[in-house]
Design a protein around this ligand. Structure first.
Ligand code: GDP
Ligand code: CA
Length: 305
């Protein structure tokens, strides 16, 4: 039974951590957002790919929720001395990932090949693929103009209202080689509980991906990142409202109904089942708060059932 999972960062990483416990990891392909990718100090950084790799490797820092555990920050003070920007924190151990990625891209490897190398280096059994090997960058419009996703998310601590989101380069991007076959051949396609507007939408914006999901609609299951009208973390709830959607499982259902037959919602939203079904999705209620690997695995079982 092969599984394809559309992924952002943290929410997706937590679900994958559960799925690898309930299916053969070799059967699992994670298709990951690259709209958050950025260049810093001449290095190519892929935050969502790294969050997934570090989480599955059990090497993510549990308190910060990003980057590596047992991290030190010597390079950051050096960057400051040398006059480089320091608003985007990169740990010393983490820097090795970005240096290796950049080096390999520089000699002509694709992002897919580099990601495969990084995942294999950590001994991961599942396949992790960027949605595209082409440049695709999410930008957001705020009061003083259009800024990159990381300037919004890290630089402004996602504390400013957003009036538009754009996926620069998406229309000229092609899906990475494994992406469409993984979706076409999967027994089940899962949309992880990631931010619908800045984690899942950029994946769907790569020409062919949205269409591939629509083809498989009856086998596509989405997990709501919104619980009781709130995001567990991050700006998903505010962003939904700022961009004219509803910050609720019903709002999520309206976005996903064209491409997914089923929405998994949290017990906190049991009262919204009829409203979700009125949007044309089957609705499954379960505990979706993945506070530990066991709870991730339970949710994984429900998603695949
Ligand atoms: P990022 O790329 O690291 O910002 O993360 P994602 O886009 O993957 O995920 C952000 C979303 O994941 C937020 O809206 C959270 O509410 C959601 N999320 C994080 N952890 C969980 C969880 O355990 N359960 C559910 N249902 N959603 C989660
Ligand atoms: Ca992200």
């Amino acid at each position: 039974m092969t599984i394809a999972v559309l992924c952002g960062g943290v929410g997706a990483a937590r679900l994958l951590r559960g799925l690898v416990r309930v299916v053969d990891p070799a059967a699992l392909t994670a298709i990951v957002n690259v709209g958050d990718d950025t260049e810093m100090h001449g290095l190519h950084i892929s935050p969502d790919i790294d969050t997934i790799i570090y989480t599955l490797a059990d090497a993510i820092d549990p308190d910060r929720g990003w980057g590596l555990v047992d991290e030190t920050w010597n390079a950051m003070s050096q960057f400051e001395r040398l006059g480089n920007p320091t608003w985007f924190n990169l740990g010393d151990r983490d820097l090795a990932t970005h240096i290796v990625r950049t080096e390999r891209l520089g000699v002509g490897d694709t992002l897919s090949q580099v990601t495969e190398h990084l995942a294999a280096s950590w001994g991961l059994g599942c396949r992790i693929v960027p949605v595209t090997d082409d440049p695709l960058r999410t930008t957001v419009t705020v009061a003083d103009g259009e800024i990159s996703f990381q300037e919004y998310f890290v630089g402004r601590r996602h504390a400013v209202p957003v009036t538009n989101v754009r996926f620069d380069g998406a229309e000229h991007a092609t899906p990475a080689p494994d992406v469409l076959p993984a979706i076409a051949n999967a027994r089940r396609v899962v949309i992880a509980p990631s931010n619908p507007l800045v984690s899942i939408d950029p994946v769907l914006a790569v020409p062919g991906v949205r269409e591939a999901l629509i083809e498989r609609r009856s086998d596509v299951v989405a997990v709501s990142p919104i619980i009781g009208g709130k995001a567990l973390k991050g700006p998903a709830d505010r962003m939904l409202e700022e961009l004219g959607h509803e910050a609720s499982v019903v709002g999520v259902a309206r976005l996903y109904a064209p491409l997914a037959a089923t929405l998994v919602v949290d017990e906190a939203d049991a009262g919204s089942v009829a409203a979700v079904e009125a949007e044309g999705m089957r609705c499954i209620v379960t505990d979706t708060i993945m506070s530990n690997p066991e709870r991730s695995a339970s949710l994984g079982t429900v998603v695949l059932a």
